[in-house]
Design a protein around this ligand. Structure first.
Ligand SMILES: Cc1cc2nc3c(=O)[nH]c(=O)nc-3n(C[C@H](O)[C@H](O)[C@H](O)COP(=O)(O)OP(=O)(O)OC[C@H]3O[C@@H](n4cnc5c(N)ncnc54)[C@H](O)[C@@H]3O)c2cc1C
Length: 422
């Protein structure tokens, strides 16, 4: 990205904010809501139109939002706008190539709520936009995008948008997803690996209820997830080799339903595919640095993973919760929120946690996308071992719920302190 645009005396004064977020996806907008709740003035710039972002054809995915992540949506008063639209995940069943052995996680073993919630991405975005309307200290600039930015001598950053508007802030946040221009503009390298897989996503309607059970099946042609949505509906994520994906995507509806029914089996009764079928290339990536001068990365701009365990957005939520806590603490202490010392606290908190999970997920993806016989036996035994050792099973359940590690307060459902509390 070009920096240091020439200033002329005719240029209007930049609008002032505390934080400028580039990218108003689920991560960027959640961060904006949290910052506004903490009393910061926030500008969000998104390249897409708000109508486009909310259109039902923009994103057909549903996300497994971990129990802890959902607590943050409660604490930031976003979840009331999701009432009646989310499906609790009460059980998770993992099977390997239709082997009768399976790994079983049940919310009743923990006893304090579901393992997570299935939230359709379009509903999540709608809820965020409704919450935004209640928060006057957020201003959305969309459709628009940054064309240049520069660090000011007085310790801030000024950005010029495509529309010609200028914005000044103490901190710039890159939340533009996997192809973050702010990351690229700061020359932050990216470690990447392709799985040579495509994630085919569809919503199915079915005859029988799903009982709040999420299924992850490791089939010979790739992982196949059946994730419960409200009503008699489920979201499918079918990961297949990029060589065979085009063949599947070319199938007519009838043939596609037949292929899906073969993989789902009979337990949901007769199924139909509702709405469009989507596809996403699957890869892993992580940024070599999470910060630059007066700039940090969050969400997919910092890291992207395979959807095998439904953790990508949850990692982004963990970034948001940690950054909010760091910035809120700095504000209460009268510190400069864009300073190196403050931003480094965020980096230290998040980078190791993200890298550990990304490495684990990468290993699991490769292990479970492999049909070599000894590996198949090894993982079947692994599943069986985990299933029969309750403490080990609970350990995995806590991971799925996002309730492990050095948790930021918001992920425990606690509000951040305000000036009145100090
Ligand atoms: C098939 C599939 C299933 C998944 N399932 C799950 C799941 O169950 N659970 C889970 O936790 N995760 C899941 N994920 C991962 C999850 O979808 C992502 O991690 C999440 O969407 C990242 O959110 P984000 O806001 O960081 O980025 P994005 O969703 O990519 O949003 C980026 C935003 O930035 C905007 N933008 C782009 N370029 C610019 C620019 N130049 N200037 C300004 N704005 C810009 C875009 O318009 C968009 O609004 C899944 C992913 C896939 C592919």
């Amino acid at each position: 990205m070009a920096t240091n645009p020439k200033k002329t005396s005719k240029e209007p004064k930049p609008e002032q904010f505390d934080v400028l977020i580039s990218g108003g996806g689920m991560v960027g907008l959640t961060l904006a809501c949290g910052l506004a709740v903490s009393g910061f003035g926030v500008a969000v710039v998104d390249i897409a139109t708000p109508d486009g972002l909310l259109d039902k054809d923009f994103d057909g995915r549903a996300s497994a939002v971990a129990f802890a992540s959902y607590k943050m949506l409660d604490a930031l008063a976003i979840s009331p706008f999701l009432k009646g639209l989310v499906q609790p995940i009460d059980e998770i069943r993992v099977t390997d190539s239709n082997v009768p052995l399976f790994l079983h996680f049940d919310k009743d073993e923990l006893g304090d709520g579901p393992l997570g919630y299935m939230v359709e991405n379009r509903h999540n975005r709608q809820a965020l936009f409704k919450r935004l309307e209640q928060l006057p200290n957020i201003k959305l600039f969309a459709p628009d995008h940054l064309v240049a930015h520069q660090n000011n001598d007085d310790g801030g950053v000024t950005a010029t948008l495509k529309s010609g508007k200028t914005i000044s802030a103490k901190l710039l946040v890159g939340a533009e997803g996997r192809r973050s221009p702010l990351r690229e503009g700061a020359d932050i390298g990216l470690v990447t690996a392709s799985y040579h897989q495509v994630g085919i996503v569809a919503t199915i309607e079915h005859e029988h209820p799903h009982m709040g059970i999420a299924h992850e099946r490791f089939l010979p042609d790739g992982p196949f997830a059946i994730l419960p949505l409200t009503g008699n509906r489920s979201s499918l994520v079918w990961s297949v080799g990029s060589d065979i994906a085009p063949e599947i995507l070319k199938l007519n509806r009838r043939a596609l339903v037949a292929e899906i029914q073969k993989r789902v089996g009979g337990f949901l009764g007769e199924i139909t595919v509702a709405g469009p079928v989507w596809n996403y290339p699957l890869s892993m990536q992580f940024a070599e640095r999470y910060r630059d001068e007066r700039m940090v990365l969050v969400g997919d701009a910092a890291h992207g993973i395979h959807p095998i365990a439904g953790q990508g957005l949850n990692l982004g939520y963990r970034d948001v919760a940690a950054l909010l806590e760091v910035l809120n603490t700095a504000k209460l202490a009268g510190e400069d929120i864009g300073s190196e010392a403050v931003l480094e606290k965020y980096v230290q908190w998040r980078r190791f946690d993200n890298m550990t999970l990304i490495a684990t997920m990468d290993g699991l993806t490769r292990l479970f996308s492999n049909n070599i016989k000894p590996l198949k036996y090894a993982r079947a035994i692994g599943l069986e071992v985990v299933n029969h050792i309750p403490p080990l099973r609970k350990f995995f359940m806590h991971h799925a719920r996002g309730t492990v590690g050095d948790l930021p307060k918001l992920l425990e459902g606690k509000s951040l302190p305000t000036e009145l509390d100090t």
